[in-house]
Design a protein around this ligand. Structure first.
Ligand code: 13P
Ligand code: SF4
Length: 314
């Protein structure tokens, strides 16, 4: 069976069932093509909250994204095609560590990146994504009337938020990072810039500061997408400093523009654990509990507050 045939089968099954498919920009392109909505973490959380009126939500993204959708849709069934798709960054921060930081810095608000476990979110005052981190840090520090916040688990996003909010972010922990973005070096950028001197460099806030400072634009995946979309026709070359899935999507949607990866192998292997066969299986077995994402209710009850606070702020 060809990819096209499999996609058609999936679309037919989807139309026969009360289901919506949400996908992140890092998903394999053939999954993005059959999704009802493709977006960044913020857009996916918003869509899960405001637009997902179906009984079933198939979530093609890593576990924390599906967990977030499940927490804000407790009356629905959120299914993940491969439950081994997880974000390793989340493992940098445990709820015990957050409690320890809170003891050490009493009175400071806790900002938790959505790339975290539900149990860590439950310990926080507010969540953030890469699209709203600066705004969230500004708002929550004003609300608490403080000049510093606790921020985890991504130390690079924390640094980015600190740089643009002028509020100190105490990193929980110092070294939390994403293996995809933190591998991009200044030398990589020099090499790719030499090759494509006219191209604009767009990078994700999860990149290290010295790389971010070389970029023409720093933003979430959806913001990078919109930057390329809204750029004038003469600006038609872009170097992309994030996971390859976004580049594939942009190359497909903007055929008059050229996209180059900041370095080879910018692949999030965790995001790539889903495939079309698994999605078809889910559509044929919507009640297979093995694929349903459920957060224990006592954690969900606490985690929903910082998630909703973030959605109300941004
Ligand atoms: P975005 O929210 O920018 O899509 O980022 C999610 C992510 O996992 C980045 O690595
Ligand atoms: Fe996690 Fe990095 Fe993959 Fe994003 S790209 S899901 S932060 S491992």
């Amino acid at each position: 069976m060809t990819v096209k045939q499999l996609q058609e089968e999936i679309l037919n099954l989807k139309n026969q069932n009360d289901v919506i498919i949400l996908a992140h920009y890092y998903q394999p392109i053939e999954i993005q093509e059959i999704a009802d909505y493709v977006g960044d973490s913020l857009g996916l959380s918003r869509t899960a909250k405001e637009k997902a009126s179906t009984e079933y939500i198939i979530f093609a993204g890593v576990d924390f994204m599906a967990e977030t959708a499940s927490i804000i849709n407790q009356d629905k069934h959120v299914l993940i095609p491969n439950y081994e798709s997880c974000c390793p960054m989340a493992a940098f921060l445990t709820p015990e560590m957050v409690r320890e930081f809170k003891r050490e810095y009493p009175g400071l608000p806790v900002v938790v990146y959505v790339n975290s476990t539900a149990a860590v979110k439950a310990e926080s005052d507010i969540c953030c994504t890469s699209a709203n981190a600066v705004k969230i840090v500004e708002n929550i520090s004003q609300e608490f009337n403080v000049e510093a916040v606790l921020f985890g688990p991504d130390a690079n996003l924390a640094d980015y938020a600190e740089q643009f909010s002028n509020i100190e972010t105490i990193k929980m922990p110092d070294k939390g990072h994403c293996y995809v973005h933190s591998q991009i070096t200044v030398d990589d950028i020099k090499t790719v810039r030499e090759k494509y001197p006219k191209a604009k460099l767009l990078v994700h806030p999860e990149c290290i500061r010295i790389v971010r400072e070389l970029a023409d634009y720093v933003g979430s995946t959806a913001r990078m997408y919109n930057y390329a979309k809204e750029s004038s026709p003469e600006v038609n070359e872009f170097i992309i400093g994030t996971e390859i899935g976004l580049l594939e999507r942009m190359a497909q949607d903007f055929p008059d523009k050229n996209f180059y990866l900041a370095k080879n192998k910018l692949v999030c292997y965790n995001m790539k654990k889903h495939n079309l066969e698994l999605i078809r299986y889910l559509l044929e077995n919507l009640n297979d509990k093995a694929f349903e994402v459920k957060v224990p209710s006592e954690i969900a009850k606490r985690a929903i507050k910082p998630i909703e606070k973030m959605l109300n702020f941004s």
